[in-house]
Design a protein around this ligand. Structure first.
Ligand code: A5P
Length: 233
């Protein structure tokens, strides 16, 4: 299967998890999650599962879902989310993840943490033996961001990570998240101590959140040449 076929396949497989027990669904962000959103719209229509509500993790996903006729609610109106399905940039051992390549990491993490079950969907290229091949996205408030990034560099160094985070740009201007913040991408190389990096980043004033998603995913559906494989933590 091509990478795109794998992404489609895991999107379809995740939509098949939506049954009569699933009422509120979290919608991830990114290309793979987009396939899930499309498969979900087809499934809800064909399986007679109307009156489901969905919580999008970005303005982009909200627009996509709305165009397909899905019913959307804000996180604060949703209560507990039964199932969230989302992509990832890296899937490491124990379902430790890097996310945020699409810039939606903050809303994604908020929705994930409000979910009973989170299923990650990804193509086989996303699997890694150790996190860090993909540059770690770090979301910061705009005020004083170059000061904040100096503290990020020092905090990462304390964890044994030598990185020079780069301000993410879009069309030549700083990329701005749905929450109005900036993102720095830190090419860390192998992250030997993900919980240590997580704690260091969260302790820095000005850091809103980061793309390490540790201990949050329930399972992962990975597309492979042999079909969809399920991983559990
Ligand atoms: C969005 O912010 C990200 O966390 C995405 O879930 C991640 O980048 C995966 O995107 P693709 O499915 O497009 O690779």
């Amino acid at each position: 299967m091509t990478t795109d076929e794998q992404r489609r396949a895991v999107g379809e497989a995740a939509a098949a998890l939506v049954d009569e027990t699933v009422h509120v669904i979290g919608l991830g962000t990114g290309g793979t999650a987009g396939y899930f959103v499309e498969a979900l719209a087809r499934r809800l229509a064909s399986a007679g599962l109307s009156r489901r509500t969905c919580v999008p993790t970005s303005l982009g996903t909200a627009g996509h879902a709305r165009s397909l006729g899905l019913t959307l609610v804000e996180l604060d109106q949703a209560g507990t989310i039964d199932l969230t399905v989302d992509g990832a940039d890296e899937v490491g051992p124990g379902l430790a993840l890097i996310k945020g390549g699409g810039g939606a990491l903050l809303r994604e993490k908020l929705v994930w943490e409000a979910s009973r079950r989170v299923v990650v969907i990804a193509d086989a290229n996303k699997r890694v033996a150790m996190l860090g091949r993909f540059a770690l996205p770090i979301e910061v408030v705009p005020f004083g961001h170059t000061t904040t990034v100096r503290r990020i560099v020092a905090g990462l160094a304390d964890c044994g990570v030598a990185a020079s985070p780069v301000l993410r740009l879009k069309n030549g201007a700083p990329f701005v998240t749905d929450g109005g913040n900036l993102i720095y991408d830190a090419a860390c190389g192998a992250i030997l101590d993900p919980p240590g990096v997580e704690a260091a980043l969260k302790s820095i004033t000005g850091v809103v959140d980061h793309g390490l998603f540790l201990g949050l995913a329930s399972s992962a559906l990975i597309g492979t040449d042999e079909g969809v494989v399920t991983l559990t933590a």
